[in-house]
Design a protein around this ligand. Structure first.
Ligand SMILES: [Zn+2]
Length: 457
């Protein structure tokens, strides 16, 4: 990937339009650190690196200090991309500047150190928080830099996160139910927090009493009008112990981002199916798909008959990158491919893929006319934005599956709780899984088949 470079060949005037400031210590201390860091000539290259990461939407920047060189990569939309390596001399100088700025010890290259900094864009005034961690590894030292916008782009509605309308309606119906359990599932590190909060946000919190239970070491819920109760998992506390006290407040709905233990599942299953005043339970699970989420709950050694009776539905999400609209390339889909994907003939005129360079002969002709572009740039985005920086994708959306748990599935959960059996029963009942939902996104030109294959691997 090409790297942001100061355009001025004389090297001074055109530096990255951001200011970096110390943020780890007290005010006076931070000021001293900024002065110390500024005396180091390697602070501007650090600013270039941070600015480059910001314009490319990199969530993380990893620098690996090896024996002879510093290799690096960006995490963009969940995928790592290598960046140009730099030599140890300039890489080391930059690291000294960063460590000084963050109040870390430059000479310490083994022990884990952490520091913070602030970034402000000089023109837009946008603010970012930065975090640096450095730690010795087998090959040398690994440095991780995370820069996040202070005002993160908030997803509020099911539309925002890309759920199709018909599914939204079905989900709302489950969320309006008086009793039962609705599971919300995502793979670890794969969109749980956003899906959880947007789903809760789309409920009727203003009409019914919602209570949330959450481990105080694992903050997930950021929704208004949910009365939160915290427990301390690290100290051995579990949600089931608090339920008696919480039920005295007579809530209508309970939300719990993680079931934690069998006892909690059992008690909530009973509450969800009580003959008088059943409660709606909304609970989070880490799982790769909806059927797996059901089994994850049973793996806690919860009572299968009680849970099977209570569970209504599972919503599961998988994050997928969106093709960049500027450069995505249409192609007529071969009829066999459409058939394989289950898309009726005539329904879709074009599928889309990452921009592909023209065949070599044509390219040769064009090359005579224009200067070759540096590797890692996108010829189409060069002409008009928004830029994909040679990745051809920009931003992510969710593939969602919503499994209605029917009696056949309930029965199998008790008698034959096996992945394949449950999957085939779900399919028989008309369920559309992540793969099929993903194909809808491909058919709509939101993403490519390549990307769908990558995330479904
Ligand atoms: Zn592009």
């Amino acid at each position: 990937m090409i790297f942001f470079k100061r355009k001025d060949k004389r090297g001074d005037a055109d530096e990255a339009p951001i200011d970096v400031k110390a943020d780890s210590g007290a005010a006076a201390e931070n000021q001293q650190r900024e002065i110390a860091a500024r005396q180091n000539e390697a602070l501007p290259p650090f600013k270039d690196l941070v600015y480059d990461a910001i314009i490319k939407n990199a969530e993380k920047t990893m620098l690996d200090y090896g024996r002879d060189a510093v290799s690096g990569s960006y995490l963009i939309d969940g995928v790592w991309h290598s960046i140009e390596a730099r030599d140890r001399e300039s890489g080391d100088a930059m690291l000294v500047a960063v460590k000084r700025l963050c109040g870390m010890k430059p000479e310490e290259r083994r022990a884990r150190q952490e520091g913070k900094f602030l970034v402000e864009h000089r023109i837009t005034k946008a603010k970012f928080t930065g975090k640096v961690t450095a730690q010795g590894v087998k090959t040398g030292e690994r440095v991780m830099i995370e820069v996040r916008p202070k005002k993160a782009k908030g997803f509020k509605t099911l539309d925002d996160i890309g759920m199709r309308e018909q599914m939204q309606e079905r989900l709302r119906e489950h969320m309006r139910a008086e009793g039962g359990i609705v599971l919300i599932a995502a793979p670890p590190g794969g969109g749980f927090t956003t899906t959880w909060n947007v789903s809760l946000n789309s409920t009727d919190r203003l009409l019914r009493d919602f209570v949330g239970i959450e481990d105080k070491g694992q903050h997930e819920t950021d929704v208004e009008n949910i009365n939160m109760h915290l427990f301390d998992r690290a100290a051995g506390e579990t949600p089931d112990k608090m339920l008696h006290r919480i039920m005295l407040t007579q809530p209508d709905v309970l939300s719990l981002a993680d079931f934690c233990n069998a006892e909690t599942v059992n008690k909530l299953s009973q509450l969800a199916t009580a003959a008088r005043e059943p409660k709606l339970i909304i609970a989070g699970v880490r799982a790769k798909d909806a059927v797996e989420a059901l089994l994850r709950v049973l793996l806690l050694k919860a009572s299968a008959p009680e849970f099977a009776k209570a569970v209504r539905a599972v919503l599961c999400v998988r994050l997928i990158r969106k093709l960049n609209d500027t450069c995505k390339q249409p192609y007529p889909p071969p009829p066999q491919l459409l058939q394989k994907l289950g898309i009726p003939p005539g329904r879709v005129q074009a599928l889309y893929r990452e921009w592909q360079p023209p065949p070599p002969e044509a390219e040769e002709e064009k090359r005579k006319k224009r200067k070759a572009l540096p590797p890692g740039t996108c010829p189409l985005c060069e002409l008009e934005g928004p830029q994909c920086h040679g990745i051809f994708y920009r931003g992510r959306t969710g593939i969602f599956e919503l499994l209605d748990v029917n009696d056949a599935l309930r029965d199998a959960l008790v008698k034959k709780p096996q992945l394949e059996i449950l999957r085939s029963l779900a399919k028989k009942g008309g369920h559309r899984g992540l793969q099929e939902e993903g194909i809808l996104l491909v058919a709509r030109g939101v993403t490519s088949l390549n990307e769908l294959q990558r995330v479904m691997k």
